[in-house]
Design a protein around this ligand. Structure first.
Ligand code: FAD
Length: 395
């Protein structure tokens, strides 16, 4: 029987299993994941779960509960350590041979230099991370968040609502600017300042103060000391590709794939770990929930076709990326790819932004304006020019 092995049982891996069956794949389907529990969703970890409005059972992926129904051999607590043209290698020495494979090992939280593994220093990527952070916040008086990215700011929003004195340390002059530019980054910073979050921008953490096995604060490069009984390190995530060294797939900040997410013959990648040739935006890697789901459809279509005919399925991963973040009562949404934009314009009474590059609309961002973002996602897919998009938005 033909066998497909999916490495990584997060959103992308589980969605690939579902979509392979939906496209008529009747062979053996093996899903490998190092976590022991059921597959879960990550966005609620920094939102509902952290503030106590959800429990672990609430964040289980609905399709994760249907893996038996899909006829998936779901092996938990299994770490993949290598990949050949025909087999996935496992920690402990075993291997699982395959006819087709999907790499869906996602991303892992980055660390800062000198980060100690002690009580009170927390990351936020896994369910265990979120539960540990929630427990730490329950008795915290002072929180320092290292990194003013989306996850760091979501944590800050939850913490100030809990009455915790919160400082965000950000290396760039404006939080979120690398992702969405200084204008929208400035909007979000002001939102947090108005709720009481303090920012140390253009600042770098150079050391941690430790006492009795617990963090007591951080030291900044300019000599300032910030007291903290909890420190969250939110400096982004790196694709989990270390296990692919020496494998047939190319790796460069992600598994390098063509526009159909194929990395090597019969080997595909999906989700946070995939860097692919987007037909509109070139080589990108998107750590977005929707991208993982979109990728799964493309991978399933192309892998089923390749297993049946020996040729690719011809489907491109061409969906316009989409991302959201929830902070306080604000839902910020972004459609498109703002990286590398060379112009932007504020529209919708200062609640939305359009981004352009070389006279083309490449991204649209808005605060609490879902219809605006959905409309512009379609406009970006249609190849709308910058002039056409801005004139329509000014009307
Ligand atoms: P992952 O979810 O990381 O899954 C990868 C899986 O592979 C994991 O289960 C892991 O255990 C497993 N794995 C890794 N290495 C190995 C190995 N060697 N052996 C076996 N198994 C392995 N996106 C949004 O668009 N909006 C949001 O508001 C938002 N909020 C987020 C909040 C948080 C706290 C986080 C962490 C992410 C958030 N995201 C959000 C991003 C979104 O959740 C990710 O894009 C999505 O989870 C990617 O799914 P994935 O399956 O590619 O990777």
């Amino acid at each position: 029987m033909v066998r497909v092995v999916v490495a990584g049982g997060g959103l992308a891996g589980v969605s690939v299993c579902r979509d392979l069956r939906a496209r008529g794949f009747e062979g053996e389907l093996v899903l490998l994941d190092r976590e022991a529990g059921p597959p879960y969703d990550r966005p609620p970890l920094s939102k509902q779960l952290l503030r106590g409005a959800a429990e672990p059972a609430d964040v289980v992926l609905p399709d994760g509960e249907r893996l038996g129904e899909f006829g998936v051999d779901h092996r938990r607590g299994v770490t993949v350590t290598g990949l050949t043209e025909h087999a996935v290698l496992l920690a402990g020495g075993g291997e699982v041979p395959f006819d087709g494979a999907v790499i869906a090992t996602g991303a892992a939280a980055r660390r800062v230099p000198g980060q100690p593994d002690i009580e009170g220093v927390c990351a936020l990527r896994t369910l265990d991370d979120a539960l540990a952070l929630r427990e730490n916040l329950a008795t915290a008086g002072n929180l320092v968040v290292i990194g003013g990215g989306f996850i760091g700011l979501e944590v800050a929003a939850t913490a100030v609502a809990l009455g915790i004195t919160t400082t965000v340390v950000e290396r760039d002059p404006v939080p979120l600017a690398p992702a969405i530019g200084p204008v929208a980054g400035g909007w979000m910073t002001e939102l947090h300042r108005a709720r009481g979050v303090r920012f140390a921008c253009g600042a770098e953490v150079v050391g941690f103060t430790v006492d009795g096995g617990r963090v007591r604060g951080v030291d900044l490069a300019d000599g300032e000391h910030l007291p903290a009984d909890v420190v969250v390190v939110g400096v982004g995530a790196a694709p989990v590709t270390g296990w692919l060294t020496g494998s047939p797939v190319p790796v460069a900040d992600g598994v390098v794939c063509d526009s159909g997410l194929r990395a090597a013959p019969r080997i595909y990648a999906a989700g946070d770990v995939a860097r692919w040739a987007h037909p509109l935006f070139g080589s990108i890697r998107a750590e977005h929930w929707t991208t993982a789901v979109d990728h799964a459809r493309t991978v399933a279509t192309n892998l089923v076709a390749e297993l049946e005919t020996g040729a690719g399925g011809g489907k491109e991963a061409a969906e316009v990326p989409y991302f959201w973040t929830d902070q306080y009562d604000v839902k910020l949404q972004l459609a498109g790819w703002a990286g590398g934009h060379d112009r932007c314009e504020v529209v919708e009474d200062g609640r939305a932004l359009l981004y352009g590059r070389e006279d083309r609309l490449v991204a649209a961002l808005a605060i609490n304006r879902p219809a605006f973002v959905a409309r512009h996602r379609r406009a970006i897919a249609a190849g709308t020019s910058w002039r056409e998009a801005t004139e329509a938005a000014r009307r």
